[in-house]
Write a protein that binds this ligand. Structure first.
Ligand SMILES: [Zn+2]
Length: 333
């Protein structure tokens, strides 16, 4: 018995040392990664000669109500008692020829339950409500998925991929693997919070990985005109913003007059829109212990997004802020 107790104690100590080492490495690594952001004019002056996408919608795969103190530093939040619901969306971008590009895939019901339980225990969240997984919401249109990008490698953004691949089987013999685009930082820089999701994304059997290279700034996603990735880091080494330049027809689709609406998908740079508008950081304990973050870089990205959001024709989409998503008027798929 004493031997067992001693072994258990030693294993516990070893586990704690390993966890502390992983956390320390995560902090060391994220502080080294601070990619330059593009000029606003590169985003606000779209290339209208391109075959721009014509529709953006979203699929919210799960919702969970929780106190705002879980996502905004309560010492800086002027409205800590306001209601907040965390959403887990997949954004569906469509071109005239029917091709779909997915930005994030959210979670299926099982993954949502696994994700939601610790939130109940740690931050006093209500039970998570799983909605339709991305593959279920797309139904037969899942065959039109021609490209995928992830804002970052965390399971609440990536785990819907497994079901998409499973539902695409049997695939047509001539069907090409779906390219998953990743910047070098998302491909090669991992920490203990991203390793599992990255491994699962790379093991998916309906996709293949395409590198977006090492460059920073506004990066075109090859084959998808009007879609751009911006390496941002801050939250995870590979955190990426996505910009969608959408062709719109304010006078109806028969009209000759067209316009461009710019949507910027922010991933988890903030988890509440107020984080951008009022420059409020996440709770310090979250950035210290849960996900090792670079708040200096996050501050730069928050400021960049705020300036961008004040430009005409630009709208932000904050993944985890359900009220904000609904307020933008973006339609559900
Ligand atoms: Zn997330």
């Amino acid at each position: 018995m004493r031997f067992l107790m001693k072994t258990f104690g030693l294993l516990l100590v070893a586990g704690l040392i390993l966890a502390a080492a992983a956390l320390a490495w995560g902090h060391f690594n994220i502080l080294r990664i601070h990619p330059d952001l593009p000029e606003l004019a590169q985003i606000t002056q779209p290339d209208r000669s391109l075959e721009l996408p014509v529709r953006i919608t979203y699929i919210n795969t799960a919702s969970q109500r929780m106190p705002r103190s879980a996502v905004l530093d309560p010492d800086l939040d002027p409205h800590p008692d306001a209601s907040y619901a965390m959403s887990h969306p997949s954004f569906v971008v469509e071109w005239q020829d029917g091709r779909i590009f997915l930005i994030d895939l959210g979670m299926d019901a099982g993954a949502a339950i696994d994700f939601g339980l610790p939130m109940e225990m740690v931050v006093g969240a209500e039970p998570i409500e799983p909605h339709d997984a991305t593959s279920i919401a797309l139904a037969e249109h899942r065959k039109r998925v021609a490209g995928i990008g992830f804002t970052h490698m965390h399971v609440d953004h990536t785990s819907g991929l497994e079901k998409l691949c499973a539902d695409l089987i049997p695939r047509q013999p001539d069907s090409e693997p779906i390219p998953v685009f990743q910047h070098h930082n998302q491909l090669a820089q991992v920490n203990h919070t991203t390793r599992g999701a990255k491994a699962a994304v790379h093991a998916a059997d309906c996709t293949e990985i395409r590198s977006l290279g090492f460059e920073t700034g506004l990066l075109s996603v090859p084959g998808f005109p009007g879609l751009y990735a911006i390496p941002a880091a801050g939250h995870t080494p590979g955190s990426t913003l996505y910009v969608v330049q959408l062709r719109t027809y304010p006078g109806g689709s028969e009209g000759f007059h067209d316009d461009v609406q710019t949507w910027v998908i922010t991933g988890d740079i903030v988890n509440h829109y107020q984080g951008i508008e009022d420059g409020i950081r996440k709770p310090p304990l979250y950035s210290l212990l849960v996900v090792p973050e670079n708040d200096e870089q996050l501050g730069r990205v928050r400021d960049f997004l705020k300036r961008l959001s004040h430009e005409p024709g630009v709208e932000l989409l904050v993944n985890h802020d359900r009220n904000q998503l609904e307020a933008t008027g973006i339609e559900k798929y």
